[in-house]
Design a protein around this ligand. Structure first.
Ligand code: TRP
Length: 465
């Protein structure tokens, strides 16, 4: 290979970068509104179960494929399987491009809120969110700033850019969240919020809650599109994959779980509805900050949206890294050139998402689907990429590892850098799950989701009566 690939200089560098990829808007913006729409604690229980039972083994599988092949998401499948298996990688590239196209817009909202609050130009309240997202020139400018900053870091390569950024940003984020939780617990309706969040009503679990919980688990862990194949490809042979994957899962789930402790006391103290959709944190939190008075509100508010921008940034880096690594490895384009081309294309793909939240009426009511109802362009892209492509990718990765690459080779890769793994229950579980539980359950849920969302066929209801 003529182009230098680079690598993570330390194991903790890898963990921080991978956890930085996982922890993002998915934990702090998406998780709370999905919990709110999914009926509260019952959704939380499903999400936790999916993360540990189904996603953790796929996470191990992705990192192993990456470290074994030292290739990008497409090349890795070519090396281990055959050219025809590269389609799993192309599906991943498509997911990555689509996800980053709208993710960057939401990141621009977060960043824009930070800037506006910082300079005191922000008028708070539910109305303000609609007015903010409608102003496409302003949001577009923030989106350009965000994409350019992301591309700058990615263009500098893995060790110099991503690792250094993650090292500073991750611990800062964690401390910021803990501070906001302590504040949330002092609020009058904290208890009511916690009850909604933690006491499950299992009557709330319907088919649609099951699949939004699964989509959320994949999205939150950055799983199912080769982001962790790509990060794993920079990982050295002496690190323990299973242990690293466990740490990443715990960190990601931990931050999402903590975000709930922060958000729901805020929501209930304001007497707001938890099922406010994608605008939940943007439309409701400023009200909380405002109630603190001018100075405290502006400082804490700006602090919060800065936190959110940080979290989003380590995720946009990983999303941009996937297609960039593909261009560098497979087409031998220099990293810097590859990065700027990919970033420009993704920005253009994201323009309709930018316009679909108020600026354009047509894009605001883009499609009507049998099961999912009328969706704006951004939500439609989310439905295709997160809820459909990611679990499909996870299913294909598990099948590929167990039946094409084969279990013996997978085991051998896991054993490198992990002396105590052999014969442990964790190894047995990962093996069993990748071979049977993940293909079966992910395959089943995929079929059910597609039939329901796109064709309005409620297979589970039909089968289970
Ligand atoms: N996991 C990130 C979040 O929760 C988003 C993300 C980053 C992602 N990289 C990804 C999602 C790759 C899917 C695939 O915000």
């Amino acid at each position: 290979m003529s182009v230098q690939r680079g690598g993570f200089s330390t194991r903790i560098g890898f963990i921080l970068a991978a956890a930085g990829s996982a922890v993002g808007l998915g934990n702090i913006w998406k998780f709370p509104f999905e919990v709110g729409e999914g009926g509260g604690a019952a959704f939380v229980v499903m999400y936790l179960a999916f993360c540990f039972i189904l996603c953790f083994p796929v996470l191990v599988a992705e990192i192993s494929i990456g470290r074994r092949t030292k290739r990008n998401a497409v090349g890795a499948f070519k090396v281990l399987g055959h050219k025809k298996w590269a389609f799993i990688g192309y599906l991943g590239l498509a997911s990555g491009v689509l996800i980053l196209s709208f993710y960057n817009v939401v990141a621009a909202w977060a960043f824009g809120y930070f800037i506006d609050i910082l300079f005191g130009t922000f008028s708070v309240g539910g109305e303000a969110f609609g007015a903010f997202t409608k102003d496409w020139v302003k949001v577009g400018s923030y989106a350009i700033i965000f994409m350019v900053t992301t591309a700058f870091i990615v263009s500098r390569g893995i060790a110099g850019g991503i690792e250094r950024a993650a090292r500073i940003l991750m611990p800062t984020l964690f401390i910021m969240i803990i501070g906001l939780i302590i504040y949330a617990m002092t609020l009058p309706n904290a208890f009511e919020g916690l009850k909604f969040y933690l006491v499950p009503d299992f009557g709330e679990i319907t088919g649609s809650v099951v699949y939004s919980a699964l989509g959320q688990a994949f999205f939150s862990l950055s799983l199912g599109m080769g982001a962790l194949i790509t990060y794993g490809s920079y990982l050295s042979k002496d690190s323990n994959i299973v242990k690293s994957a466990a740490q990443i899962t715990l960190m990601d789930v931990g931050v999402a779980f903590l975000a709930g402790f922060m958000i729901f006391p805020f929501v209930f103290t304001q007497g707001l509805e938890p099922n406010g959709g994608p605008g939940l944190i943007f439309a409701t939190l400023p009200g909380v900050f405002e109630s603190l008075g001018y100075w405290a509100g502006n400082v804490i508010g700006a602090f919060f949206f800065l936190l959110l921008s940080f979290a989003a940034f380590t995720s946009t880096i990983s999303l941009l890294e996937v297609p960039t690594a593909y261009m560098v490895d497979e087409h031998e384009i220099p990293r810097s050139k590859a990065t700027w081309i990919v970033a420009a294309v993704i920005f253009v793909v994201g323009i309709p998402s930018l316009l679909s939240n108020g600026a354009s009426e047509a894009l605001g009511q883009f499609v009507s689907l049998a099961g999912a109802g009328t969706l704006d362009f951004m939500s439609f892209v989310g439905l295709i990429a997160n809820d459909t492509f990611l679990p499909l990718g996870g299913f294909l990765i598990a099948v590929f590892v167990a039946y094409v690459w084969r279990k013996e080779n997978f085991d051998k890769e896991l054993a490198e850098g992990a002396d105590d793994l052999k014969g442990s229950w964790l190894q047995s579980y990962v093996n069993f799950a990748v071979s049977y539980i993940c293909p079966l359950l992910l395959g089943l849920i995929f079929v059910v989701t597609v039939l329901d969302n796109f064709f309005g066929v409620k297979l589970l209801t039909i089968l289970l009566g």
